[in-house]
Design a protein around this ligand. Structure first.
Ligand code: SF4
Ligand code: SF4
Length: 369
């Protein structure tokens, strides 16, 4: 791809971009408000964007508040992540049907909807890259994920603010979008600065009335992005994490956190990289048909470690330890990367406000003897 300088377009042009993607048979999905949270849903109009709203987040707390301006992307991340489009909560794998000759096994038809994601943050691009390694990186590729992934169009939006729960700078995943997108926008008052990340991005952008970005536009965009960097307070040291966790498998803190944790699974459901699933057979009582389905599961469910007649991890502290040591430790060995991108969702959506950065810090400050 040839190097193309950043372009500028006025805010109203974003509708032309959505229209163009839809004309090209993309299902455009992006942020909108539902049930007092910013979630990802199908978009046909810019009117659906959470214009003028922002999110205030803290451990165990999330609420939307009005901004004092009309920003279209002036929030951080909500309870949804893009994984619901690439690795949906429920996926049909196989249909088994009774015929006169016996049972026939029909693999599910692969989903080939073209999806365009609008508003993907830097940490979320990193999360998609992590799930790419999980589902496509080894010798056995996940056919369903592969099919959804190959027809994806990504419009990233740089963060111009951060929540108290964000720590992407520690995980080296943000807040600036550096790669893995077709287009990357930075919102300024009069419009969007747009970086082009692929030929497909440049091609789709032809639907918009483009202008050359002025030095003033570029400066405003840079100071908006810098604002996000400066707002990030939460930090986690990562250089020695896998070893720190391995050295502290019997730390008393696991018991303490196990007493607070409800095993509710929220942290794993909102996490953009968690990929635990279960497979079950679902019988339609009115036909001779059985569907095999894959559904999201969680290592916080006791049944998830059911082995040889009993759950192997049969108390909450063992399950929390499994989650954290996998996410921040053995994930490196397994996939060559951390399983955490620093989005902070697990901190915000934990009903008792358990904060993985605080748990790691507690272990670091007082290692097990
Ligand atoms: S572990 Fe928590 S902070 Fe890390 S990616 Fe998952 S939800 Fe985000
Ligand atoms: S750490 Fe929090 S969100 Fe995760 S299972 Fe425990 S109580 Fe639920």
């Amino acid at each position: 791809m040839t190097d193309r300088a950043a372009q500028f377009f006025r805010k109203a042009e974003l509708q032309a971009l959505i229209d163009e993607l839809r004309r090209r048979d993309y299902n455009v999905v992006g942020p909108s408000i539902d049930q007092e949270a910013i979630v990802y849903t199908e978009l046909t109009s810019v009117e659906q964007l959470p214009r003028g709203w922002t999110d205030e987040q803290a451990p165990g707390s999330y609420r939307l508040v009005r901004r004092d301006d009309d920003a279209w992307f002036g929030y951080v991340v909500g309870p949804h992540s893009w994984k619901k489009y690439l690795f949906p909560p429920r996926t049909k794998l196989l249909t088994v049907q009774k015929t006169e000759q016996g049972w026939s096994f029909l693999p599910a038809v692969l989903e080939n909807t073209k999806t365009a994601m609008l508003g993907v943050r830097a940490c979320e691009l990193a999360a998609i890259a992590v799930q790419d390694r999980v589902f496509l990186g080894g010798p056995y590729k996940d056919r369903d994920y592969e099919s959804r992934r190959k027809s994806l169009f990504l419009i990233a939006v740089n963060c111009t603010q951060a929540a108290s729960t964000c720590f992407c700078t520690s995980m080296n995943t943000g807040p600036r979008c550096k790669s893995g997108f077709d287009l990357a926008l930075t919102e300024i008052e009069s419009g969007f600065l747009c970086e082009i990340g692929s030929d497909a991005g440049w091609d789709v952008l032809s639907a918009c009335e483009l202008q050359t970005a002025t030095a003033e536009d570029l400066n405003e965009a840079e100071s908006q992005r810098q604002r996000a960097v400066e707002m990030i307070e939460r930090q986690m040291r990562t250089d020695d994490l896998p070893q720190l966790l391995l050295d502290n498998l019997n730390h008393p803190n696991w018991k303490a956190v196990g007493e607070r944790c409800l095993s509710c699974t929220n942290c794993t459901m909102v996490c953009p990289t968690c990929f635990c699933s279960s497979v079950s057979e679902v019988r339609d009582l009115t036909t001779d048909q059985i569907d095999r389905e894959r559904t999201w599961d969680s290592c916080f469910n006791p049944e998830f470690s059911y082995l040889g007649g009993t759950p192997v991890r049969n108390d909450t502290s063992a399950r929390y330890r499994q989650w954290l040591t996998h996410k921040l430790g053995s994930w490196h060995e397994q996939f060559g990367t951390s399983g955490c991108v620093g989005c902070g969702r697990c901190i915000t959506w934990c009903p008792v406000g358990i904060d993985l950065t605080a748990e790691v810090a507690a272990m670091r400050e007082a290692p097990a003897p």
